[in-house]
Write a protein that binds this ligand. Structure first.
Ligand code: PGA
Length: 306
């Protein structure tokens, strides 16, 4: 057979594309080729191997022989991709894919930070997910992300943690709320109010509870609503006062739909952290992003809050 001498990378890419899309037409589109060209690549490979690789009678799927070759094809192509990243790193270029997870509240600013970083590092591709605390902890625990952006880092995992910007949180309500026009409101005034809460386990909820406890305040009533978006809609609908991270309501404040209440000792100031597992290899791409957030994160976030 002498596969290494007789197969081409083009054929290997065709096989992977057919396997991934389970369709010759889709594979052709993926590789910017015609469908007959893909069929020909597969047929030529079958001639070399001497066995059927793709069974297309009913649905397109790989035969056992096809699966063996597919594994080798993926290894060869992945190896070349890794080599490319290493070669670029030698030239000082940060490249490759970064897996980033942002805690729900961070979704209001993380895309802006990544967009700016991406303009400076066009060879870096992102896979960004937004998830709740529990899932972010699990992704770090299972070592499935390069980094996480969150308020309070989890305990019990050895982490590299870089605080990169202050995290401001305040009480907000509709502009016609009776506290909206008042200045320097004592925290105790919240005892007569109806508060809107995030779900248990949310960092925002935790910060609110700590603030109320520290000030010995128990609100008149509290509704649990589950997400920043729902909290904002409920506050705009006049259901009560929400406690929110500043980035989450910047737009509503700008359009006059929500107003920050001037309550004493607010904004509550915590910090935004970027965290990565201590045992995660520091690739040039990861290092470049950490450095970017550390040096420019705070100024960019401040500009977005206005
Ligand atoms: P959350 O996140 O309220 O969306 O959970 C904020 C934080 O991590 O502090």
């Amino acid at each position: 057979m002498k596969l290494a001498q007789r197969l081409t990378l083009k054929q290997l890419r065709a096989l992977v594309a057919v396997a991934d899309s389970a369709s010759f037409t889709q594979a052709a589109r993926l590789l910017h080729l015609t469908q007959p060209a893909i069929s020909m690549q597969i047929r030529d490979m079958e001639d070399v191997v001497g066995q059927v690789l793709v069974d297309g009678r009913r649905e397109i799927h790989l035969t056992a022989a096809g699966e063996i070759l597919l594994r080798a094809a993926r290894e060869a192509l992945d190896g070349l991709e890794r080599a490319e990243v290493e070669l670029k790193a030698r030239m000082g270029v940060a490249a490759g894919t970064l897996d980033v997870v942002a805690i729900t509240t961070a979704e209001y600013f993380v895309p802006h930070l990544l967009a700016e970083f991406g303009r400076r590092h066009p060879d870096i591709v992102f896979r960004l997910t937004v998830d709740n605390r529990e899932r972010v902890h699990a992704l770090l625990q299972e070592n499935r992300v390069d980094l996480a952006i969150m308020g309070q880092p989890p305990r019990g995992i050895a982490l590299r943690r870089i605080p990169f910007a202050p995290h401001r949180l305040s009480f907000v309500a509709r502009p016609d709320h009776r506290l909206a026009a008042k200045r320097n409101i004592p925290v105790a005034a919240l005892s007569d109010e109806h508060l809107l809460l995030r779900e248990q386990g949310s960092g925002t909820r935790d910060n609110l509870e700590r603030f109320l406890r520290a000030n010995g305040v128990k609100p008149l009533a509290a509704d649990q609503l589950g997400s920043n978006e729902t909290l904002k809609q409920a506050a705009m609908a006049g259901m009560g006062i929400a406690f929110l991270s500043h980035h989450t309501f910047a737009m509503e404040a700008e359009y006059g739909r929500l107003q920050r209440l001037d309550i004493q000792d607010t904004p509550v100031i915590r910090e935004w952290n970027v965290v990565a597992r201590a045992d995660r290899p520091l690739t040039p791409a990861l290092e470049a992003l950490l450095e970017f957030l550390q040096t420019e994160g705070a100024a960019m976030m401040r500009a977005m809050e206005r």
